[in-house]
Design a protein around this ligand. Structure first.
Ligand code: PLP
Length: 471
């Protein structure tokens, strides 16, 4: 190691201690940072009390939000000389200092491969990795950490189920039901499975508000249905699907249910036991965690019956040249060296979300959503797609006469990050007659003032006022 590298190490360690003091406390259970009890308890589809149509007040005070915002170092950045306004949370969320610090700390003090090697760092790293699994299980109401499989993200989780459970349970003549709302990650793996097996893919339509057509769903279910795949929250429309009701119906027809929770976990209470689903998939980077890590929750009995997805180290009990005996789940599905530090960081993100309280997050984001919808509604030519009764903090729209990419580029000039394009969900955009659209997506670290700034900027853009230099 050169002097410079040594200096750098000391610097990082010092800085990590300064910025992330909580990491240097005992790593036991973290106290809730906001004292008010979380009133919302998840039930079948999220909430036991209906949300008010127009919440008059925000359930988080400006001081609460300021405290939350100060957890995210990147929110102090400027873009094009303006404060960064991050409204691209559905693509990825920003990372709080505690998660960045946990990653740093892992590499500074614990780095080792896991589940192998009888030395102190291997034990420390294994303990942190397994502790993360437990924290994630607790966040989503999973009955045991053994039902939590670390994968790369939602995409890999769904591919795992399609390959492994698909091989076990799907054959020619069977049917797989997928809603019209799905991200390509919850569509293409099922297309591939159908191609491999001769099964048929059936589309569950959505109504004009963007809600799952439950009557059509009921009529599509039959003894041929083997799998139902549905997103908990649409990444385009923000629709919250009635996943518990859909699961009950599928189970009565003898099918298993996979819920794509990529857009749900950091935005609302999720309780996989209350939903009753067989599989639940989500990504770390969309819930304040690192990229390259995600989760497949699976019902224990199903995971135990399923063949491995990939073969290699870590997932075997015994290997001879002729055959191998596999470990029980979840390790059976974690072949090779995974993203250990990222898993540990994701565990910290799960604790961070629990500290804030997912029910509180949902109510707050719902208030932001209503503010955005009210403000955008009056902009001439602007059309919001998706108006479901239960909807999370996503607003997707187009403006007559304007190109979506152009709108996003102009907002970017004002420091506002939104997404334009097909959002990896071409069928649902097509359902609403669009090729592409603009999407603003909120998180608990956004403020009402940011929503107003976003809406005002859009209004000025469409009003032709010359606040934007020509592109
Ligand atoms: N499902 C939904 C609903 C999503 O919004 C996304 C990403 O935007 C995915 C799946 C894919 O997630 P990842 O790319 O993290 O695997």
């Amino acid at each position: 190691m050169t002097i410079n590298e040594r200096d750098m190490t000391a610097f990082i360690a010092r800085e990590a201690r300064r910025y992330f003091p909580e990491l240097y406390r005992d790593d036991g259970p973290e106290p809730p940072r906001i004292a008010t009890p979380d009133a919302i308890r998840p039930v079948w589809n999220g909430f036991e009390t209906p949300l008010p149509a127009r919440p008059a007040t925000y359930n988080l005070t400006p001081r609460d939000i300021e405290a939350i915002r100060s957890d995210f170092p990147i929110l102090k950045e400027t873009v094009n000389g303006r404060p960064l306004v991050w409204l691209d949370n559905a693509a990825t969320t920003q990372k709080p200092a505690c998660v960045i610090g946990r990653l740093c700390d892992f590499y500074l003090r614990e780095n080792s491969n896991i589940h192998r090697g009888a030395h102190a760092l291997a034990r420390a790293a294994t303990e942190s990795y397994e502790q993360a699994r437990g924290r994630i299980a607790a966040l989503i109401g999973a009955p045991s950490p053994d039902t939590i499989v670390f994968v790369r993200g939602t995409t890999e989780a769904i591919n795992l189920v399609a390959a492994s459970y698909g091989q076990l349970a799907v054959s020619a003549g069977d049917e797989i039901l997928v809603t019209e709302l799905e991200h390509h990650a919850n569509l293409v793996p099922w297309q591939l499975l159908c191609r491999r097996t001769g099964a048929a893919l059936r589309r569950i339509p959505v109504d004009d508000a963007g809600q799952v057509d439950m009557a059509a769903y009921r009529s599509l279910l039959s003894p041929r249905t083997k799998i139902v795949a549905v997103s908990h929250v649409s990444n385009v429309l923000g629709t919250v699907a009635p996943v518990a009701e859909m699961t009950g119906m599928a189970h009565r027809a003898g099918a298993v249910v996979l819920v794509d929770g990529a857009q749900a976990v950091s935005h609302m209470p999720v309780d996989v036991s209350a939903i009753g689903c067989d599989f639940y998939a989500f990504s770390g980077h969309k819930m304040f965690g690192p990229t390259g890590i995600g989760i497949l929750y699976g019902r224990q009995a199903l995971l135990e019956a399923m063949p491995p997805y990939q073969g290699g180290g870590n997932m075997i009990d015994q290997v001879t040249f002729e055959e191998s005996r596999y470990k029980p789940p979840p390790h059976r599905f974690e072949a090779g060296t995974g993203s250990i530090a990222a898993a540990v960081g994701l565990g910290r993100a799960a604790s961070y979300l629990s500290e804030i309280g997912p029910g509180r997050v949902y109510r707050y984001e719902y208030a932001l959503l209503n503010r955005a919808v009210d403000a955008l509604r009056n902009i001439p030519g602007l059309r919001i797609i998706g108006n479901a009764a239960e909807k999370s903090g996503i607003v997707t729209f187009d403006i007559a006469g304007y190109d979506s990419d152009d709108i996003a580029a102009r907002l970017d000039r004002e420091g506002i990050a939104v997404r334009a394009g097909h959002h990896c969900a071409q069928p649902v955009l097509k359902r609403f007659g669009l090729e592409k659209a603009v999407r603003a997506s909120f998180a608990v670290n956004n403020t009402p003032e940011e929503i107003d700034y976003f809406a005002d900027t859009l209004r000025q853009l469409t009003g032709g006022m010359r606040i934007f230099p020509a592109i």
